[in-house]
Write a protein that binds this ligand. Structure first.
Ligand code: HPA
Length: 267
């Protein structure tokens, strides 16, 4: 049995055969959202091909079950490029998500803002991204499928639906461009000035490879950043991973409300 087939069999044995509608990957400090799912939590360690997550504040379980009456697959954690230098680390997990029947993927992350009108505690819906890291998770993919078009990679209809849900919940959901910076060190103030010049509104260490993989697999995708800090040099606050983990819950409450509202519209 292939690695993915083994993971799929384990998931179906524990969570049942019903297809999932949507996948959700949770970013730093957002892992608790997974516990809102009424279903089962499967440790990544039981699922061949799923990442070995080494980042504190992340919850390495796949939660499958109902949220607002919709069957979802929630990834409590991701493997980042900076952990092992593997941009395709999430590929097997996303392939399994596709095999579970999901049509779309919602990504979340913690990010630093370069826009004064998107301060810490705010959310930013990604309108687009810049692969500033330059690595691509499809390097080595032998099929022509690797030539993935990336215009409208952040699905316009899904984004519109998320904006509508935010509006209905009275939440100010800004939109902007996310730049992927490798990490794990944070950026320098000079790098942030450069990223701003290049057209980025926020910076973070994830999400972009997953957007590319999701588009490759034919999943619709949208991503929301919880802004945990102003990017380096833009404020006096000290940036750290502890700060990220402490600040992420500020946005998490709003994110959960948007998500629940959106899921309600799918029923
Ligand atoms: N830079 C990169 N990643 C981040 C940041 C940041 O300022 N904040 C949270 N994740």
């Amino acid at each position: 049995m292939s690695r993915n087939a083994e993971a799929l069999a384990t998931i179906r044995a524990r969570a049942g055969d019903a297809p999932v509608a949507l996948g959700l990957i949770l970013g730093s400090g957002l892992g608790h959202l997974a516990h809102a799912v009424d279903g089962v939590a499967i440790p990544y360690a039981d699922l061949p091909g799923f990442p070995h997550v080494s980042v504190s504040g992340h919850n390495p379980h796949l939660h499958i079950g109902m949220l607002q009456g919709v069957r979802v697959a929630v990834f409590g954690a991701r493997e980042h490029f900076y952990e092992n230098g593997n941009a395709a680390a999430m590929r097997p997990a996303l392939e399994v998500l596709k095999d579970l029947g999901a049509g779309s993927l919602l990504l979340t992350n913690a990010a630093g803002s370069m826009r004064p009108d998107i301060p810490p505690g705010d959310l930013m819906l990604l309108s687009d991204h810049i692969n500033y890291n330059g690595r691509n998770p499809l390097i080595g993919e032998p099929t022509d499928g690797r030539f993935v078009p990336m215009a409208d990679a952040h699905d316009p209809a899904l984004r519109a639906a998320l904006r509508a849900s935010a509006k209905a919940e009275g939440i100010d959901l800004k939109e902007g461009v996310y730049a992927w910076y490798s990490g794990p060190s944070f950026e320098t103030p000079a790098e942030i000035r450069m990223l701003k010049l290049l057209g980025a509104d926020a910076v973070g260490m994830s999400t972009v490879p997953e957007v590319i993989l999701a588009r490759f697999l034919g999943l619709k995708v949208a991503a929301i950043s919880t802004i945990t800090n102003m990017a380096a040099g833009l404020s006096d606050e000290q940036i750290s991973h502890d700060h990220t983990k402490a600040m992420a819950p500020l946005g998490a409450t709003k994110l959960e409300r948007i998500l629940r509202h959106y899921l309600n519209t799918l029923r």
